[in-house]
Design a protein around this ligand. Structure first.
Ligand code: CP
Length: 336
C-alpha cells in the first residue's frame, strides 16, 4: 500500500516525537538506545523521497558545521540534509585560518558563541578530549562529526542504515571490520559498537599491535556480554579466506604514515587487500554476495576498484543513504 504525502508527514512528525532526541547531543553511538537507532532508520526511510528535493520540516533552524579536519562527505551530507529540511547552514571549513581560532580563541569559547547562532553544531576535531570538553559547554546540541581517534558515530549510523536497507536486518549478519590499523579507526570503533549492540557477529582483523582498543572491547562486553572475535596478522591469502564467509567487509580505512615508515606500512596494508576474485568466486560458487563497504576516502591498495561495478559495492550506495539518515538525525535533534 502506498502512503499519501499527508500520511507520511504525520508519521514523520509522530516518529520524531517517539525517538525522543530533541535537544540531545550525539557524541558517541552509545548515546543512542537500540530503539532510537531503529526509530532513526524508520524515519530515514520515510524521508527518502525528499533525498533529492525539499521538505520544510525545520525551516527556522540553523546548523553550524565546524570542521577542524578535512572532510568531503560528512560535512556536505550534513549540510545537504539541513538544506533538504528547509533549514540554514553556517559553515567553517578552515577554522584555524579563517575563524578566531587563528587568534588562539579556545574551542570552548568558540562553541559557546556559535551556540547563540545555531540550533545544532556538527563538530569535527583532531583532539577528542578538547572536543568533548567544548561540547560539554555548548548551549546547542553538538553532533560528533569525527573526533580524534575516538569515534565517528554518524558514519556508523549511515553504514548501519545502509546494511539495514540492504538486508532488512542487522541481527545475525557476519561482518569483518578490517584495517592495517584499528587503533586509530574512529569509524571502526563506532561501527563495532553499533553492530555488536544490534546483534551482528563481528570479527576484527588487524595486526596484533594495531588491534581495536581494549576499551572498545570491554564496553561492548559490558553492554552485550559478547566478546568480539579478533583475527591478527593475516597475510593476503588468509585474509581473503576469512572474508569468504562474511556478509559485509567493513573497511574503516587508516591514516597511512608519511616519511620513512610509509613503505613498511604499505606492506601491512597489502595484507588486508580485498580481492575482486574472492568476491566474484563467492558469487559464482554459492550465489553468496559478500558486500564491501569503505567509509571513504579510500587509498589505492585497500581494495580492487573493479568491485565498484559489482553488486557487492555498498560504499557509494551509503552516500545516498547518508542524506536521509542525517536528515532523520538532525530533524530529531532540532525538532519539527
Ligand atoms: N567518511 C568520512 O568521514 O568522509 P569525509 O572525511 O570525507 O567526511
Amino acid at each position: 500500500m502506498t502512503m499519501t504525502t499527508d500520511t507520511r508527514l504525520r508519521s514523520i512528525k509522530s516518529l520524531v516525537g517517539d525517538i525522543g532526541l530533541e535537544g540531545h547531543r550525539l557524541l558517541s553511538i552509545n548515546d543512542l538506545t537500540n530503539e532510537q537507532i531503529y526509530g532513526l532508520f524508520e524515519l530515514a526511510r520515510l524521508l527518502e523521497p525528499w533525498n533529492r528535493s525539499r521538505i520544510d520540516l525545520c525551516p527556522s533552524s540553523v546548523m553550524a558545521t565546524l570542521f577542524f579536519q578535512p572532510s568531503t562527505r560528512t560535512r556536505m551530507s550534513f549540510e545537504t540534509a539541513m538544506h533538504r529540511l528547509g533549514g540554514s547552514v553556517l559553515t567553517e571549513t578552515t577554522p584555524l585560518i579563517s575563524s578566531s581560532s587563528a587568534k588562539e580563541e579556545s574551542l570552548g569559547d568558540m562553541i559557546t558563541c556559535v551556540s547563540k547562532y545555531a540550533n545544532v553544531i556538527v563538530l569535527r576535531h583532531f583532539d577528542e578530549a578538547e572536543a568533548l570538553a567544548a561540547a560539554g559547554r555548548a548551549g546547542a546540541p553538538v553532533i560528533n562529526g569525527g573526533m580524534g581517534h575516538w569515534e565517528h558515530p554518524t558514519q556508523a549510523l549511515l553504514d548501519l542504515y545502509t546494511l539495514w536497507r540492504t538486508y532488512d536486518r542487522i541481527q545475525g549478519l557476519n561482518v569483518c571490520i578490517a584495517s592495517a590499523d584499528l587503533v586509530e579507526a574512529r569509524t571502526g570503533h563506532s561501527m563495532a559498537y553499533g553492530l555488536a549492540r544490534l546483534g551482528a557477529n563481528v570479527t576484527c582483523a588487524s595486526p596484533k599491535d594495531r588491534r581495536i582498543p581494549e576499551a572498545v572491547l570491554s564496553d561492548i562486553h559490558d553492554a552485550t556480554g559478547v566478546e568480539l572475535e579478533q583475527v591478527f596478522d593475516c597475510d593476503q591469502d588468509s585474509f581473503n579466506e576469512l572474508i569468504r564467509g562474511m556478509d559485509l567487509v567493513y573497511l574503516p580505512g587508516c591514516s597511512a604514515p608519511k616519511g620513512p615508515d610509509a613503505e613498511a606500512f604499505k606492506v601491512v596494508m597489502d595484507r588486508y587487500f580485498v580481492r575482486y576474485e574472492t568476491i566474484a568466486q563467492a558469487q559464482t560458487d554459492g550465489g553468496h554476495t559478500i558486500h564491501v563497504t569503505h567509509t571513504l576516502p579510500r587509498r589505492s591498495g585497500e581494495m580492487d576498484d573493479r568491485l565498484d561495478a559489482t553488486p557487492s559495492q555498498l560504499y557509494f550506495e551509503a552516500i545516498g543513504y547518508s542524506v536521509s539518515i542525517r536528515m532523520a538525525l538532525v530533524a530529531s535533534i532540532v525538532g519539527v
